[in-house]
Ligand binder design. Structure first.
Ligand code: DAH
Length: 340
């Protein structure tokens, strides 16, 4: 019997040393400790046949065998489980030595860049910023601004009507009436936003574009203030050597009215393809606010006077960034937008 015990132990040693996987160890456990046909179990069964005077000795040897095999098997099983755990963790854990991925940041749209720049220039001159509504009534877009009932701009061919009363504003001049109607002068307001006209898309035109409107109403405001303000504005937006010239023009809401040209930013007045060899570029409309417009807003035109101007942000952006086509600003081609 003691021989069998020793033999079983040796077999166990060999099998344990050869066990390479968790499955091998499990097979080993069944082979030696299985309830049915397990080698250790079988030895215990044989104990019954051992003569009484040797039972104690053999029994102790058997207990020792069982304890020692069990302990060694447990040790191996634990080691194997720990190894498996480590392998799993290595597969799923974060490798902190990998180089990081930089998140990609968006950038400001060129129109936004120019709009903010213009707003900043006027903020420095104590103007307040008010974008005003894009959906407007006839009063704020036309009537209050002194447009005659038969003015061509009111035509459904030119203006998007949303119903009998509502339309999409055709210019940012609506903000003049909205501001002057609800408060008392003086006013210094700059308004930038989208405007809409029923235009075909061409190199220079789009049915939706952006304008800036500025106006200043106070006692004693005259054309010199307008000229000085616009010269400063143009030299800040373009370059400090920009020349500004005023040509007489007509708008229903200003009297006198003017159109303003700047010396061509590309050839500095020498004449090039972009300015059609004239050395000048038309950039904005302006004038002294018509007394009737002031009266329409309940302002005494004998006491107060003001100037106003309006220009296209898109056009400024096209000139500043050398874009020949207005569509470049609205197509949202990432290859373009990423350059800003
Ligand atoms: N509203 C005019 C337009 O859309 C631009 C303009 C001209 C605005 C003269 C003004 C102004 O305030 O005084 O073409």
């Amino acid at each position: 019997m003691l021989d069998s015990i020793r033999k079983t132990e040796q077999e166990f040693d060999v099998a344990l040393a050869a066990a390479a996987s968790h499955a091998d160890l499990e097979a080993l456990r069944v082979r030696f400790f299985g309830r049915k046909g397990g080698a250790v179990h079988a030895l215990f069964a044989e104990l019954k046949a051992v003569p009484a005077e040797r039972k104690k000795e053999v029994g102790e040897a058997l207990n020792q065998l069982r304890d020692s095999l069990e302990a060694r098997l447990r040790e191996k099983l634990d080691a194997s489980a720990a190894e498996e755990n480590a392998r799993k963790q290595a597969r799923s854990s974060i490798d902190v030595t990998l180089p990081g991925r930089t998140p990609s940041f968006g950038s400001l749209h060129p129109i936004t860049i120019v709009r903010r720049e213009i707003e900043q220039i006027f903020r420095e001159m104590a103007y307040s910023i008010d974008p005003g509504p894009e959906v407007e009534t006839d009063w704020y877009n036309f009537e209050g601004l002194n447009f005659t009932p038969d003015h061509p701009a009111r035509d459904t061919q030119d203006t998007f009507y949303l119903g009998p009363e509502l339309l999409l504003r055709t210019h940012t001049s609506n903000v003049q009436i909205r501001t002057m109607e609800k408060a008392a002068p003086p006013f210094k307001v700059l308004s930038a936003g989208r405007v809409y006209r029923r235009d075909e898309i061409t190199l220079r035109r789009s049915p939706m574009f952006h304008q800036v409107e500025g106006f200043f109403v106070d006692r004693g405001v005259h054309f010199g203030h307008l000229r000085g303000t616009l010269e400063h504005f143009m030299r800040r937006v373009f370059s400090p050597d920009t020349e500004v010239r005023f040509r007489p023009s007509y708008f229903p809401f200003t009297e006198p009215s003017a159109e303003v040209d700047i010396s061509c930013p590309f050839c500095h007045g020498k004449g090039c393809g972009t300015c059609s060899k004239t050395g000048w570029m038309e950039i904005l409309g302006c004038g002294m606010i018509h007394p009737q417009v002031l009266r329409n807003c309940g302002i005494d035109a004998n006491e107060w006077s003001g100037f106003a101007f309006g220009l296209g942000i898109d056009r400024v952006a096209m000139i500043k960034f050398g874009m020949p086509n207005i569509r470049t600003l609205f197509e949202n081609d990432l290859r373009v937008l990423r350059q800003f």
